[in-house]
Ligand binder design. Structure first.
Ligand SMILES: Cc1cc2nc3c(=O)[nH]c(=O)nc-3n(C[C@H](O)[C@H](O)[C@H](O)COP(=O)(O)OP(=O)(O)OC[C@H]3O[C@@H](n4cnc5c(N)ncnc54)[C@H](O)[C@@H]3O)c2cc1C
Length: 363
């Protein structure tokens, strides 16, 4: 065995480097899971990654956010300009509020998803959602923290407690599935077929020449499309006023809005899949936008669940933070105009346009 030079990942002091080996003998007992698991290494590795991806980096992002909000909030009270603490300046408050909102969202998503893992689930789609979104949140938090600290943060030295977090963010962005790839291909691509109630049975029955099973899946799929279309239309026309939700109280309206977005999303997915088919995998711009939508809905659900789990404390804070996540869901659908009634129609038009307009496809 030859242990090569230790790498120095930018800003992160963790052990990393190449190990070379020639004719390495590994006794069967050394295999994780024993001899029975020989040949299962790749599967174990991928399963481990799928679960680990929603623990290590997301919880580091959430922890980094908590560190940042504590340090930035305290610093902003001490540092004075124009004879007032900078915490009193609205421009600075805006950044601190964004750090707080992002930290709450990251903490909620990391905690609630970890509970799912504790219960034995292997959530591969949420793990991609968390990996991408929480490391991007960490990037935003690091930038805001640097900005609020101003000159103090850009001079290296023992008193600079911000810089190492800022410079190590690209490591989290890159490892365990680099973020551009995770957003453009993995998040939606991984879930589109597996999580769709009819596409997988359609493919399986077609492969097995099971005509009866295929017809059942296909007609079920048609019914699903029509029910989603009418649901999306009614929810958008009524701004989800009459949809049933499992809670009452201040967050009720947000659950209703999520129902509306979910119905619109379902119809967009079916349109994208039926117009682009297998090509959707390579249409990364569309796949990434669909990933954004499902990600923001997931994060919004996590915030709601977390707030409910925490005993719905401080309702004002809860709803302000959730407003932030609703805005994010809305921004992720910014192909669409604000008018709710036209939401799904516009998304449908955008997908169809993308699929059929040659200039659009070659761009
Ligand atoms: C400090 C450190 C520690 C690491 N630790 C480990 C480890 O423990 N185990 C391990 O297995 N690996 C580890 N890695 C490797 C790491 O997972 C890879 O660096 C990472 O997957 C990116 O691969 P790459 O560097 O080859 O970039 P490339 O694959 O060359 O990617 C370059 C860019 O292209 C984008 N891209 C690539 N393909 C696509 C696509 N199809 N669609 C859209 N965009 C795409 C990527 O998102 C990225 O932005 C580590 C890397 C570092 C830096």
């Amino acid at each position: 065995m030859d242990i090569g030079n230790r790498h120095k990942p930018i800003g992160s002091p963790f052990m990393n480097g190449p190990i070379f080996g020639k004719d390495v003998f590994i006794p069967l007992d050394f295999i994780i899971g024993g001899a029975d698991m020989a040949g299962q290494g790749w599967r174990m590795l991928v399963e481990c990654l799928s679960v680990g991806r929603c623990i290590t980096l997301p919880s580091s992002g959430a922890g980094g956010g908590k560190y940042s909000i504590a340090a930035t909030g305290a610093y902003a009270r001490i540092r004075r300009q124009f004879n007032v603490p900078i915490a009193k300046l609205e421009g600075v408050q805006e950044r601190i509020a964004r750090i707080a909102g992002n930290t709450y969202t990251a903490g909620a998503a990391a905690r609630v998803t970890a509970i799912a893992i504790d219960e034995g689930h292997k959530p591969s789609v949420p793990s991609a959602i968390l990996k991408y979104n929480l490391t991007e949140i960490a990037r935003q938090v690091a930038v805001d923290t640097m900005d609020v600290h101003g000159g103090k943060a850009i001079i290296r030295g023992p008193k600079n407690y911000v810089e190492s977090g800022y410079s190590s963010v690209p490591v989290a962005i890159t490892v365990e599935g680099a973020n551009i790839l995770t957003r453009s291909m993995i998040t939606f691509g991984q879930g589109a077929i597996r999580c769709h109630p009819f596409v997988l049975p359609e493919m399986e029955t077609a492969k097995a020449d099971d005509l009866k099973g295929f017809d059942k899946a296909l007609f079920g799929h048609f019914g699903f499309i029509f029910s989603n279309m009418s649901r999306a239309m009614v929810l958008n026309l009524t701004n989800a006023a009459f949809t049933g939700v499992p809670v009452s109280g201040p967050t009720k309206q947000y659950y209703k809005q999520l129902n509306k977005y979910a119905a619109s999303f379902a119809i967009c997915v079916d349109i994208a899949m039926s117009t682009l088919g297998g090509e959707l995998k390579f249409r990364e711009l569309i796949s990434a936008r669909l990933a954004d939508m499902v990600s923001k809905m997931y994060l919004a659900s996590m915030v709601l669940k977390h707030w409910a789990d925490q005993g719905q404390r401080r309702p004002a804070t809860g709803s302000v933070l959730y407003r932030e996540t609703v805005l994010r869901v809305r921004r992720s659908t910014r192909w669409l105009p604000e008018e709710p009634a036209s939401t799904s129609c516009c998304m449908a038009a955008a997908c169809t346009d993308y699929a059929f307009r040659p200039s659009c496809r070659s761009a």
